[in-house]
Design a protein around this ligand. Structure first.
Ligand SMILES: Nc1ncnc2c1ncn2[C@@H]1O[C@H](COP(=O)(O)OP(=O)(O)OP(=O)(O)O)[C@@H](O)[C@H]1O
Length: 234
């Protein structure tokens, strides 16, 4: 069943058009990856889902038209956006960051349960529970950013370049956790420049070039595709 659907999405920064007729569908239970080079429009695609950019076209989520819905409502509605660059609260502890992620959750029991669940995926964060976020390593901060996204109990995770700037061994860990999250039921839209690794864990993928989707296929097919190999896997 289709959980998220972008229909003919166009996005603009003032006079600059960043997306042109983007159609993307994410089914429940899938990892879908959106790959493309610098400036192709990957982050803008996620921003358009979360109401952070001026757009035309339609966005449907879980049977509801959420086009241009403001970001806090998208979050409340079950979409967790983990933006590029690990934007955690650097002066707050791991605990406080996670609590901020659950901003609308009133029940302490639910917050506790979700924190425990997050620790099951990210044991490192449990060890760092009272540490100030900004003093942790890049990989730990990325883990915290994802864990914070989980605190609202979302139906889908939108991940913007979780591998950016991290050492290869840490990237492997992050991708493993993404796969685990998916195997335990989370639907994921993964934006990546690291096409090879993203396609390894994804079910399907889309290629975006200067704001347009130029290819879409099963991830395994994209890994074999000559154009993809030449442009993104070299
Ligand atoms: N705030 C902004 N103002 C003006 N133009 C912007 C803005 N943000 C992005 N753009 C432009 O929109 C286009 C798409 O950018 P976007 O950030 O979505 O690309 P991306 O594929 O995510 O690449 P990157 O990995 O570099 O973030 C680019 O041409 C970029 O220069």
């Amino acid at each position: 069943m289709s959980l998220l659907q972008l229909k003919q999405v166009e996005a603009y920064y003032g006079a600059i058009q960043a997306l042109r007729g983007v159609d993307i569908e994410v089914n429940e239970g899938e990892i879908v990856t959106l790959i493309g080079s610098n400036g192709a429009g990957k982050s803008t695609t996620l921003k358009s889902i979360c109401g952070q950019v001026k757009m035309k076209g339609e966005i449907w989520f879980n049977g509801t038209n959420i086009t241009a819905q403001p970001p806090h409502l998208t979050a409340l509605g079950g979409i967790a956006h983990v933006p590029e660059g690990r934007r955690i609260f650097p002066r707050l502890t791991v605990k406080e960051n996670l609590e901020m992620g659950a901003f609308s959750v009133k029940s302490k029991a639910v917050i506790k349960e979700r924190t425990e669940k997050a620790f099951a995926y990210f044991p490192r964060l449990k060890e760092r529970y009272h540490q100030v976020g900004g003093t942790m390593s890049g990989g730990e901060q990325q883990m915290l950013a994802i864990a914070r996204g989980l605190m609202m109990g979302p139906k889908i995770l939108l991940l913007d370049e979780p591998s950016m700037g991290l050492a290869p061994v840490i990237v492997d860990q992050i991708f493993e956790i993404i796969q685990e999250l998916n195997e335990t039921g989370m639907t994921i839209l993964l934006v990546e420049q690291n096409a090879y690794q993203a396609l390894q864990i994804a079910h399907r993928g889309y290629v975006i070039q200067t704001g347009e989707i130029t290819l879409q296929d099963a991830a395994a097919e994209l890994l074999r595709n000559d154009q993809v190999k030449e442009a993104y896997l070299a």
